[in-house]
Design a protein around this ligand. Structure first.
Ligand code: NDP
Length: 294
């Protein structure tokens, strides 16, 4: 099946559903990405900080697909922020991926306490875009206040903001702010990131009775229902799996439709409790792993 596209704010087309590789160990990445590409995924989301860019690139080459058939997204880590540093971070990521051009390069986090560095990093993305080294630029985990500060100092509105969105944590005010500014919402942990979200005491979105009820009404799985919820609300989503059956299952989400009532019932599950790190608390002291040169 060929996958529908969404159009970014600079006209670049991006598949409506992607494949994530956070916490996919390098030794499993070639197989997992290979399975995803065989299934029909055409967008892979990695990051310098995931330590598997090299294997993502290798999987794409082994797939036999042409370079322009696969949309590659990666992220600059906070230890590489600053104008020259971020230009160099592009070279590191492109080198590991084995590509000349990256489709979408984003800043992984804002550094609220060192926003000038964040701004300089974004200015480097703007330069890479102007030079044709990347086709689109964006951000991740930026809250509206961070975007306001960025807008005040830079020229190009980010194409995407990749943030935590799943039924238990929706961030409606961020979604609204992004949409109002022409920024595509990209949902990370789109099915509840069961390895990442919660301590288990309240269960995972995959076990949620409301989601299970909707799934059984459609003869679908909870993961498929959550992915459909993202797509119908205009978000791009990047589910991760190393399990072949789940990789296939998560891609098979274009043949059914949730009702307005079902979408609202899923919206109502929001707890307001974040699974991932608090964006206001990101510092290089706490999260400052260095990204190797090669
Ligand atoms: P997901 O919501 O994609 O959930 C992944 C987990 O769910 C894995 O444990 C996976 O297990 C399991 N799973 C996948 N499919 C199914 C299914 N159909 N049924 C049951 N379980 C399933 O969470 P992630 O946190 O991985 O987020 C997805 C992607 O978002 C990441 O890979 C990364 O690309 C991005 N991300 C970005 C962040 C950022 O700060 N920008 C932060 C976190 C994620 P298994 O693999 O064993 O099959």
């Amino acid at each position: 099946m060929s996958i529908p596209n969404v159009t970014l704010n600079n006209g670049v087309q991006m598949p409506a559903l992607g494949f994530g590789v956070f916490q996919t160990p390098p030794e499993q990445t070639i197989t997992a990405v290979g399975a995803a590409l065989s299934t029909g995924y055409r967008h892979i989301d990695t990051a310098a900080a995931y330590g598997n860019e090299r294997e993502v690139g290798e999987a794409v080459r082994r797939s036999g697909l042409a370079r322009d058939e696969v949309f590659l997204e990666t992220k600059v880590w906070i230890t590489d922020y600053g104008y020259d540093e971020t230009l160099h971070a592009f070279d590191k990521s492109a080198g590991k991926l084995g590509v000349e051009q990256i489709d979408l390069l984003i800043l992984h986090q804002a550094l609220p306490g060192e926003f000038e560095l964040t701004t300089q990093a974004y200015k480097a993305l703007e330069k890479l875009l102007a030079d044709g080294r990347v086709r689109a630029i964006g951000v991740s985990n930026f809250m509206p206040g961070h975007l306001d500060r960025l807008f005040a100092r830079t020229e190009i509105v980010p194409a995407v903001n990749q943030i935590e969105v799943h039924p238990y944590f929706r961030q409606p005010e961020v979604l609204q702010y992004d949409s109002a500014n022409g920024i595509l919402n990209q949902a990370w942990s789109p099915i509840g990131g069961i390895t990442f979200y919660r301590d288990g005491s309240e269960g995972s979105t995959l076990e949620d009775p409301v989601i299970r009820g909707i799934a059984s009404a459609h003869g679908r799985t909870p993961a498929q229902v959550m992915l459909r919820w993202h797509l119908q609300q205009g978000r791009q989503a990047i589910p991760k799996s190393v399990t072949p059956s789940r990789i296939t299952e998560n891609f098979d989400v274009f043949g059914f439709e949730l009702t307005t009532e079902e979408l609202a019932a899923i919206d109502a599950l929001d707890t307001g409790v974040r699974g991932g790190p608090e964006p206001a608390a990101i510092t290089r002291e706490n999260f400052g792993a260095e990204i190797p040169e090669a």
